[in-house]
Design a protein around this ligand. Structure first.
Ligand code: NCD
Length: 335
């Protein structure tokens, strides 16, 4: 599938060949992503980075990715400073911003809002998260991370077991990741959550229809046993409705639970942010020195993967083969 000029709204758009092309492009951009090299490939191009819902890493990593490619970024954060607060429709905002930018990234609290916006935009729109709906670029960077981590021990993604824990009902990261992993073969999914926060049945059905195994667990001590990848998530209290109950302390993914149940070479991931308040049940900080924890490698991978998406959406992948990137002179002074 060609990404040039296309919106990126859902993981349903991708096939395995597209994923491999995105990952190969990201691999070529790692020096730029780290700031070791620089380029003027996107000089003169403008990204509109529109975030109508809280974000730190997604917003900044899109910004950083575009700037590392030599482009400029216009930002808007929250509804307060946007004309949407004056009653402007998503359609009008899309038509207006298409006149200012060459590519648009948007995050919105309502499921489907980014797709509605994209219908009226004349430049590529990338979904940075639409409520509990999807987060396609997070799923791409998650699989890119899993691929590289497993590859260190020559293990393929095909055949792996992944345990997803936490708020599987409202978490868009696990929705997109579970759907995108369907492209691989013979996976086992452990969905580890209390009944009220389990994975939506439409996604479970898609996984089973794609030939994978699904097992559900109501506690991580049992749920992470045998997992090659443990993907923990935050409880999305801001998305809770009437029937949703908070978690109990059974749901801490901490050193005790990991030491008791996880494989010695498991890979522990989390899309972040993790909730580090004392009353929260999330991935605990007592795992920070555990060599299985790969959350900061995962964060770092957001840059080359998002750079690859910009390069492909703007039709520049042929150019990176010809382009020579120059050394970034400031690097030797800081790292
Ligand atoms: C997540 C999100 O916003 O969906 N974070 C992210 O983008 N890396 C997860 C969350 O908010 O819990």
């Amino acid at each position: 599938m060609q990404l040039q000029g296309k919106h990126i709204l859902s993981v349903d758009q991708f096939n395995l060949a597209t994923l491999e092309h995105i990952f190969a492009t990201a691999d070529q951009l790692r020096g730029l992503a780290k700031g070791r090299e620089r380029t003027s490939l996107l000089q003169g191009a403008i990204l509109a980075n529109l975030f109508f819902e809280a974000s730190t890493r997604t917003r900044m990593s899109f910004h950083s990715a575009f700037a590392r490619l030599g482009g400029d970024v216009c930002d808007t954060t929250g509804f307060t400073f946007s004309s949407i607060s004056k009653g402007e429709s998503l359609a009008d905002t899309a038509r207006v911003i298409s006149e200012y930018a060459d590519v648009i990234v948007m995050r919105h609290p309502e499921q489907g809002a980014v797709a509605e916006f994209a219908e009226h935009a004349s430049v590529p729109v990338i979904n940075g998260g639409d409520g509990p709906g999807e987060h396609p670029t997070q799923a791409l960077l998650d699989i890119y991370t899993i691929f590289h981590q497993l590859n260190r021990r020559a293990q393929p993604i095909n055949g792996m077991t992944i345990a997803m824990t936490g708020d599987l009902k409202h978490g868009r990261t696990v929705h997109s990741l579970a759907k995108l992993l369907c492209l691989y073969d013979n996976l086992t999914f452990h969905f580890v959550a209390p009944n009220e926060l389990q994975m939506p049945s439409t996604i479970v059905k898609k996984i089973i229809d794609s030939g994978h195994q699904v097992k559900s667990f109501d506690n991580p001590v049992d749920g992470i046993v045998g997992a090659d990848v443990i993907y923990a998530t935050r409880i999305q209290k801001e998305r809770f409705g009437e029937g949703d109950k908070a978690l109990s302390n059974l749901f801490n993914i901490n050193k005790e639970c990991v030491d008791q149940s996880a494989k010695a070479d498991a890979i522990i991931l989390h899309p972040l942010p993790r909730d580090s308040r004392p009353e929260a049940f999330d991935l605990a900080a007592d795992l920070d020195n555990d060599s299985r924890l790969k959350i900061f490698e995962q964060v770092a991978n957001g840059i080359p993967v998002r750079m690859a998406l910009f390069v492909l959406a703007l039709g520049l992948d042929k150019h990176i083969n010809e382009e020579t990137f120059s050394a970034a002179p400031w690097q030797k002074n800081i790292r």
